[in-house]
Design a protein around this ligand. Structure first.
Ligand SMILES: NC(=O)C1=CN([C@@H]2O[C@H](COP(=O)(O)OP(=O)(O)OC[C@H]3O[C@@H](n4cnc5c(N)ncnc54)[C@H](O)[C@@H]3O)[C@@H](O)[C@H]2O)C=CC1
Ligand SMILES: NCC(=O)COP(=O)(O)O
Length: 340
């Protein structure tokens, strides 16, 4: 029996990738895993073809968010967003980009219309979308743009990788490493930490979340001898946040903040760039970590992995991270409904 009034909206991602594989696998295990109903926003024919390739029986049924929960018990409900092109499994093609984008827009709109409880996204191939003219580094920034258009309010989206062993947030996300120092301002660190602090309290049930901030340079700059950003940008940001009552400490040397004892001292690691956060997150929990976007006016989660074109259609893609993303989205949606 579902505890959510509304289904989760699961986007198809890149139809040539493993999104269809893991979506099918999650639906097939729905009872065993106690999954809340989801509606797949994408192309039903791709799902059928993938099921055939994977040699599994998959009933697929056209649905609306209103009919999805009843259908979910016996068929995978699909809100149709056709790809409109022949897609070769494992071979990304720009012809599918429009449909991948439309699926995301549709899922977000369902949330704003009060017809879905959360957005769960399957992975997109960023380079394919860029080729099609997509102007955002990834979902995270695109979702913020959609939210701003819908609400008229400015949004700073914050990416958090959340797993059983670590929560980690990169302050800068998909930018070249050489551009990181210039992008790291006191303001962006303060705003990212404020959003983490607020969302961990409001959505994740922490009363006073503990934030550990990584330095940028080796040894957090060694008192300015190995770089100045730690002393001149990160430290003042931490002082400002402490002044506001945020439980935050650092800058910590990043090489020693992810071992077991160190992780026990904080609830979330605030990291300065993509790989500083995502390497420990994936090393500690590739199969069960979830990418969740904080700071949005709706709930969005995603598996932590990408499109994995090399294994699409081969029956070896693990659905565990998508399952964790579906479960986290359902938990957050249930909490949010309970506090409304
Ligand atoms: N949320 C999103 O939309 C994300 C999209 N991407 C995109 O995915 C594409 C490929 O990125 P990669 O760096 O190669 O990362 P990837 O996660 O697709 O693959 C990395 C390695 O992990 C394996 N792998 C990934 N997911 C797996 C699963 N569920 N079960 C078993 N093995 C799995 C792959 O076979 C590969 O060996 C890129 O275009 C990237 O932009 C990457 C991360 C997140
Ligand atoms: N490396 C994480 C990733 O690519 C996910 O990005 P997004 O599409 O969720 O913004």
């Amino acid at each position: 029996m579902s505890s959510l009034q509304l289904p989760l909206a699961l986007t198809q991602g890149d139809p040539a990738g493993i999104g269809p594989d893991v979506s099918i696998a999650a639906w097939l295990r729905r009872d065993e895993l106690g999954l809340e109903p989801f509606i797949y926003v994408g192309d039903a024919s791709i799902l059928r073809q993938r099921a055939q390739l994977l040699d599994v029986t998959l009933p697929v049924q056209d649905a609306t968010p209103e009919t999805a929960s009843a259908i979910f018990t016996h068929a995978l409900p699909v809100l149709s967003v056709p790809v409109g092109a022949e897609i070769e499994v494992g071979r990304p093609h720009v012809a599918s980009a429009r449909s991948a984008i439309t699926a995301i827009e549709t899922a977000v709109q369902l949330c704003f219309d009060g017809r879905a409880s959360a957005v769960v996204t399957n992975p997109i191939a960023k380079s394919v979308l860029y080729e099609a003219g997509f102007k955002f580094p990834g979902h995270t920034e695109f979702l913020a743009d959609l939210a701003e258009k819908a609400t008229g309010e400015k949004v700073l989206p914050v990416m958090m990788l959340a797993g059983p062993k670590l929560r980690a947030i990169p302050v800068t996300i998909h930018i070249p490493l050489k551009d990181v120092p210039a992008a790291l301002t006191e303001r962006v660190i303060v705003e990212t930490c404020r959003i983490a602090h607020e969302d961990l309290k409001a959505r994740f049930g922490f009363t006073q979340p503990r934030l550990a901030v990584a330095g940028l340079n080796p040894h957090a700059g060694e008192d300015g001898a190995i770089g100045l950003e730690d002393r001149d940008i990160i430290e003042p940001a931490i002082m400002q946040l402490r002044h506001e009552g945020v439980n935050v400490f650092g800058p910590l040397p990043a090489d020693t903040m992810f071992h077991d004892d160190a992780r026990a001292r904080y609830d979330v690691a605030i990291c300065m760039y993509h790989d500083q956060a995502l390497i420990p997150a994936k090393a500690l929990g590739f199969d069960d970590s979830v990418n969740v976007t904080l700071g949005l006016p709706f709930i969005r989660t995603s598996p932590d992995h990408g499109t994995a074109f090399g294994i699409a259609g081969k029956g070896i893609a693990r659905e565990t991270s998508l399952v964790a993303a579906l479960k986290l989205a359902a938990d957050l949606a249930a909490k949010s409904a309970a506090t409304r």
